[in-house]
Design a protein around this ligand. Structure first.
Ligand code: AHR
Length: 538
C-alpha cells in the first residue's frame, strides 16, 4: 500500500516560508526546504530498550588506562582510581550496559591475570593494540566496581581465541557463585564477598577475524562447547551471546545456525557494523560526510535482514540481536594517536549527526534489536568523553555525548512508526559487509525521524544531516493530538566543529522553538542538527 506521504501532495514552499519565522534571525544561510513527516501514534513497533544506548570499553589506547582508570595515586581527581569527571558525566548520561574488556583484546585476555593484589598481578603484552605492557591493574573487580559507580550492568566478553571452556566457566563461578567454593571464596578474599551477578557473557569476539579467523561452522562448534559448561552459578542463568557477522554477512549467520542445528541456541547474537569515514575527523568534506551518513541506511537494512535470518532459526524471537559494536570510524591522524593513544578520535557535529542517525534507526527497529553498544566509551572511536592523553586532567563531553543525551527521553517508551519523504533504506543498495569500500554515487542523506510514546508523553527526534539545506519540517500526528511541546537542539553549522580542551562547551544542547497545534508539529531544523521534541498528547 502506498504510504500516506506518497498519496498526498504537499505545499512545500508555503510550509517552508511560514516555518522560517520560527528561527532566530541569522540562523539560515542555506537553501531552505520544506519537509513532510507523519507519526503514526497507534502503530507500535516495540519498546525502546534502554540497552540500545549501551557502551563498550576495551583495553585499547587510553579508553581504560588514562580514560576511565587513572589509579588511586593519580593527580587526576578520582574516586578509588576511577576518573571523577568520567564517573560524573557517565552517571548523568546513564549507561544501561557496559561491555568489557574487548573487542579483539578479549580473545587474548585471561581473567585470572586481573585479580588479587596489584603487585602480584602478572604483566602481559597487549599484542592486539600496540604491544605495550599491560599491568592488569584494571581487572574484573575494578570493572564491576566501575559499573556499580555509574549504574551500568556489566557485560563480560569471554576469551575463546586463546581461552578455554574451563576458563570461561571458572570466570562465571568466580563472579556469580555466592560462597563456599574455592573460586567464590577467592573473590571474597579479594574484597568482594557479594557475588557480582554478571548476567551477560559474550562467547568470543569477531571470531571471523581477530578472535581466531574461524569459519562460521568452527565458531558454532566452539560456541556449543563453551556454552555446555556455562552454568547458572548462584541461580543466575547466564545470557550467552554468540558471535555474529561483520555487517550483513548472511553466509556467516547461515553457517553458524545451520551448524548449531537447533540445539544450544544462544540467548543473544552479536553483529558489528562500523560506519567508516575516509577523512580525518576535523577535515571532513560534505561528500565524505554523506558517504559516511549513507552507511546508516545500510545498518538499518543489515539489522532487518539479520533479524529475518534469525527468525528462520528462531521463529519465537527468543534470540536477542545485538549490535555489539557500532559508530563512526574515521581516518585517524597518527599525531592524534601518538599524543592520546590508539584510535583516539575527536567527535564533531558530523559525528553527532551520525550517532543520531544510528539511534533513530534503533528506535525504528525496536522490535528487532536487543542491545547496541557504541564503540567506545572514552577516548576511542566514537567516544562520549575525551581526555587529553592518558595523564590528562581535562575531560570533555563530546558532541556524541550530547546526541545520546537527546535520545534519553525515548528510553522505555514504545517506538511508533513514522514516515518521511526522503530516500528509503532500500534505495542504498545494501552494498558491502561492514559498510566498507562503497564506490558508486549515492543520493544525499535526508531528514531522519523516530518517535516513541508512553502514556501522555510522546518524543520525536529529528535529524537534518545536510550541510547546505535548512529544513522546515511539517509533521502530522496520527492517532493523537498534542496539547503542548518543547524542543531541544544540538547544532553547529560547521560539520567539523567539536568540543575541544580549549573550548569544551562549544556545542551543547539548547532550547529550540517548536510550533504545536493539535495534530501538527512544525519545527525548523538548521543544516547539521539534531532536535528532540517532547509532546504532551491525548
Ligand atoms: O573497537 C575496535 C575494534 O573493532 C574491536 O577491538 C574489534 O572488535 C573491532 O574490529
Amino acid at each position: 500500500m502506498a504510504s500516506e506521504l506518497n498519496r498526498r501532495q504537499f505545499a512545500r514552499t508555503t510550509a517552508a516560508a511560514s516555518l522560517a519565522a520560527l528561527l532566530p534571525q541569522g540562523v539560515f544561510s542555506n537553501t531552505s526546504a520544506g519537509k513532510k513527516a507523519v507519526v503514526h501514534a497507534d502503530d507500535e513497533i516495540g519498546v525502546v530498550r534502554p540497552e540500545f544506548h549501551s557502551h563498550f570499553a576495551e583495553h585499547l589506547g587510553s579508553c581504560v588506562y588514562g580514560g576511565i582508570w587513572v589509579g588511586k595515586n593519580s593527580p587526576v581527581p578520582n574516586v578509588n582510581g576511577f576518573r571523577q569527571a568520567a564517573v560524573d558525566y557517565l552517571k548523568e548520561l546513564g549507561v544501561p550496559v557496559l561491555r568489557w574488556p574487548g573487542g579483539c583484546f578479549a580473545d587474548d585476555h585471561h581473567w585470572r591475570d586481573g585479580i588479587g593484589p596489584l603487585a602480584r598481578r602478572p604483566k602481559r603484552v597487549n599484542t592486539t593494540w600496540g604491544m605495550y605492557t599491560e599491568d592488569n591493574s584494571f581487572g574484573t573487580h575494578e570493572f564491576v566496581a566501575f559499573c556499580r559507580l555509574i549504574g551500568a550492568e556489566p557485560y563480560l566478553a569471554a576469551n575463546v581465541g586463546t581461552g578455554s571452556p574451563q576458563e570461561m566457566r571458572d570466570w562465571m563461578e568466580y563472579c556469580n557463585y555466592p560462597s563456599g567454593s574455592t573460586l567464590a571464596d577467592e573473590r571474597a578474599a579479594n574484597g568482594s564477598p557479594e557475588p557480582f551477578r554478571v548476567r551477560y557473557w559474550g562467547v568470543g569476539n569477531e571470531l571471523w577475524g581477530c578472535g581466531g579467523n574461524l569459519s562460521p561452522e568452527q565458531a558454532a562448534a566452539a560456541y556449543r562447547q563453551f556454552a555446555t559448561f556455562a552454568r547458572a552459578f548462584g541461580g543466575l542463568r547466564p545470557y550467552l551471546v554468540g558471535c555474529g557477522p561483520s555487517g550483513n554477512d548472511a553466509r556467516w549467520t547461515r553457517g553458524f545456525f545451520d551448524t548449531l542445528a537447533g540445539r544450544n541456541l544462544p540467548s543473544g547474537y552479536s553483529m558489528h557494523y562500523y560506519s567508516n569515514g575516509t577523512m580525518p575527523p576535523l577535515e571532513f568534506t560534505p561528500e565524505a560526510a554523506y558517504t559516511q551518513f549513507n552507511s546508516f541506511p545500510r545498518v538499518e537494512q543489515a539489522v532487518a535482514s539479520q533479524r529475518t535470518l534469525l527468525d528462520g532459526y528462531d521463529p519465537g524471537r527468543r534470540i536477542g540481536l545485538f549490535l555489539d559494536e557500532w559508530g563512526v570510524w574515521d581516518r585517524i591522524p597518527q599525531s592524534d594517536e601518538q599524543r592520546n593513544g590508539r584510535l583516539w578520535q575527536q567527535s564533531t557535529m558530523r559525528s553527532a549527526v551520525g550517532a543520531a542517525l544510528g539511534l533513530n534507526i534503533f528506535n525504528r527497529l525496536a522490535d528487532k534489536l536487543y542491545m547496541c553498544n557504541i564503540a567506545q566509551m572514552v577516548n576511542v572511536l566514537q567516544s562520549v568523553l575525551l581526555t587529553d592523553g592518558p595523564e590528562g586532567k581535562n575531560c570533555v563531553r563530546t558532541t556524541s555525548y550530547y546526541a545520546f543525551l537527546l535520545f534519553k527521553p525515548h528510553r522505555s517508551k514504545t517506538a511508533v512508526r513514522v514516515e518521511t519523504d526522503g530516500p528509503k533504506p532500500a534505495d542504498f543498495g545494501g552494498r558491502g559487509a561492514g559498510g566498507r569500500g562503497q564506490q558508486q554515487p549515492e543520493p544525499p542523506p535526508d531528514l531522519s525521524l523516530s518517535a516513541s510514546r508512553q502514556g501522555s508523553e510522546m518524543v520525536l527526534t529529528f535529524v537534518n544531516p545536510r550541510h547546505d539545506v535548512d529544513m522546515q519540517v511539517d509533521c502530522a500526528l496520527r492517532g493523537v493530538s498534542a496539547k503542548s511541546g518543547r524542543a531541544q537542539i544540538l547544532h553547529d553549522s560547521d560539520m567539523n566543529a567539536c568540543n575541544s580542551f580549549d573550548n569544551p562547551d562549544r556545542i551543547g544542547i539548547k532550547p529550540h522553538e517548536v510550533a504545536v497545534e493539535g495534530q501538527r508539529v512544525r519545527i525548523a531544523l538548521p543544516a547539521m542538527s539534531v532536535a528532540t521534541v517532547t509532546l504532551q498528547v491525548a
